[in-house]
Ligand binder design. Structure first.
Ligand code: ARG
Ligand code: ZN
Length: 480
């Protein structure tokens, strides 16, 4: 008995030593290629993109090209059944990669048709493909999931994500709510095209971004509506609205990302359908003026969704089709959200720190509108904003924390920077910047540095003094 154990031990030790020696020999022979021999070359993609405010948002190692979302929603139970098919390109050798997903239950995942192992930790869903993905390779990942989505309460107290409404739902995702209704690379720096298919009970409308390409009745009587968003979209701008909406379609005769007339599809829930119709009808006119100032409309569809839901407390510039709670569907907010189609949606912030490039411009678009149609000079708006202490809490390009992202300085001081730029470079150059900036970064991402460099290049001079005081300055200058 004793002898037997000893022998076993000895033999095992011998085996281990031999294996170690063999590996060592292989390693020496192979030099730098040991990983290739062991089969492990790639590394997991990063779990976050180190955004200054949301370090875990987004994921590294790949770039999404396209999302195909198939969603079935039951307003009665609030249950969502989804499949996402992600087409992406690897930007490194990948042994695994992450998607962002909050809540819900994952039923399964595949990569390139093979079942993939998956794991969840917090808002990170990790997929491990059976075979590694090579740097530069295009791959397709699918995830099926279901459950009752839970909205996110932001640091500033506002609610976002998949919001259940009376008899329907509305989904908004700025800055991180889209992970409550589909797994994805939820950082604004990874934009992609989308096809969104929505199946809901008969009698309900199911709206989303882009162009409606199909509507069919399923065998069980439910109705599926398919939406195609061709131009790159940051995931925070994806939307869904399900309810008893009344829709209206028209066209706008403006240069856009589509030949011929631009289709404009608006929707409103019955209690506000009639009252909101006139303002919805102004969209083509507002866009026509914005096109003159900001250049061609960047997308192939336009519109608006007006909901009576009390949960949604703010309007959002969801791509091609902004969403408005009925209480904030007014002309100023409409002008603001339509301007975002250029500033934010086509030219998208590199990180959430660059949000003033969205909100400063959209606010300035309101000032321009008031100047032209309400005879309030932008200078007057500027002085009013200058006088308000709340606008001086911090510099527009440096919100102290996530809870301050949507605070007044980002909007009002952001617009003040643009007005000072206008006064400094003159009407003609400023007009060139307003049109040239969305042209140069069309469908791309841009940072604050990109903007200051661009403005200086158009102005043909250094504007350091302006940025120092108005964009980066901690305090309020002596004079407006
Ligand atoms: N971007 C929206 C607008 O300016 C506001 C979104 C507010 N979101 C939030 N989480 N506070 O119209
Ligand atoms: Zn805005």
């Amino acid at each position: 008995m004793y002898v037997y154990v000893t022998r076993t031990r000895t033999r095992r030790r011998t085996t281990r030593t031999a294996a170690a020696a063999g590996l060592l020999a292989l390693a020496l022979l192979a030099g730098g290629c040991t990983e290739a021999i062991s089969g492990v070359r790639g590394a997991p993609g990063a779990a976050g993109l180190r955004d200054p405010y949301f370090p875990k948002l987004g994921n590294g190692g790949y770039d999404v090209r396209h999302y195909a979302l198939s969603l079935a929603y039951d307003p009665g139970t609030g249950r969502l059944d989804g499949t996402v098919e992600i087409t992406a390109r690897a930007t490194q050798d990948l042994s695994a990669f992450n998607l962002d997903l909050a809540g819900l239950t994952v039923g399964g995942a595949t990569v390139d048709g093979d079942r993939a192992a998956y794991n969840r930790a917090g808002n990170e869903l990790t997929l491990r493909p059976r075979e590694e993905i090579r740097d530069g390779a295009e791959f397709r990942a699918t995830v099926t999931y279901s459950g009752v989505p839970e909205p996110i309460t932001d640091a500033d107290g506002s609610v976002e994500g998949w919001l259940r409404t009376d008899g329907g739902a509305v989904a908004v995702g700025e800055p991180e709510g889209s992970m409550t209704w589909f797994p994805g690379n939820h950082h604004p720096s990874d934009k992609a095209a989308y096809d969104i298919s929505l199946t809901v009970p008969a009698g309900l409308e199911a709206l989303s971004n882009g162009v409606r390409t199909e509507r069919r009745t399923e065998g069980d009587g439910r109705v599926t509506t398919v939406w195609h968003a061709a131009e790159p979209m940051a995931s925070y701008l994806a939307t869904v609205a399900v309810g008893r909406y009344e829709t209206a379609t028209e066209t706008a005769a403006v240069p856009a990302a589509v030949p011929g007339a631009l289709p404009v599809l608006t929707a409103a829930e019955p209690p506000v359908a009639a009252d909101s119709a006139a303002l919805r009808g102004e969209i083509p006119e507002i866009l026509a003026r914005q096109v003159e100032r900001f250049g061609p409309y960047p997308f192939s569809a336009a519109g608006a969704i007006v909901t009576v839901d009390g949960t949604l407390g703010y309007a959002l510039e969801t791509q091609t089709r902004p969403v408005f709670p009925a209480a904030s569907f007014d002309r100023t907010t409409l002008v603001h959200e339509l301007a975002h189609q250029w500033f934010g949606n086509s030219v998208t912030p590199e990180t959430w720190r660059d949000l003033w490039l969205n909100e400063g411009f959209a606010t300035y678009a309101e000032w321009l509108y008031a100047e032209e149609y309400e005879h309030v000079p932008a200078r007057t708006r500027f002085e009013r904003a200058f006088a308000q202490e709340a606008n001086w809490a911090f510099p527009p390009a440096a919100p102290p924390a996530a809870e301050n992202l949507f605070d007044p300085p980002v909007y009002q001081r952001g617009a003040m920077v643009l007005h000072k730029l206008r006064e400094t470079v003159g009407e003609r150059t400023f007009g060139e910047i307003l049109r040239g900036w969305p042209a140069k970064y069309r469908h791309a991402n841009a940072s604050t540095d990109d903007f200051t460099a661009y403005a200086e290049s158009v102005a043909g001079k250094d504007l350091d003094g302006l940025w120092k005081v108005w964009l980066y300055g901690e305090g309020k200058p002596d004079r407006p």
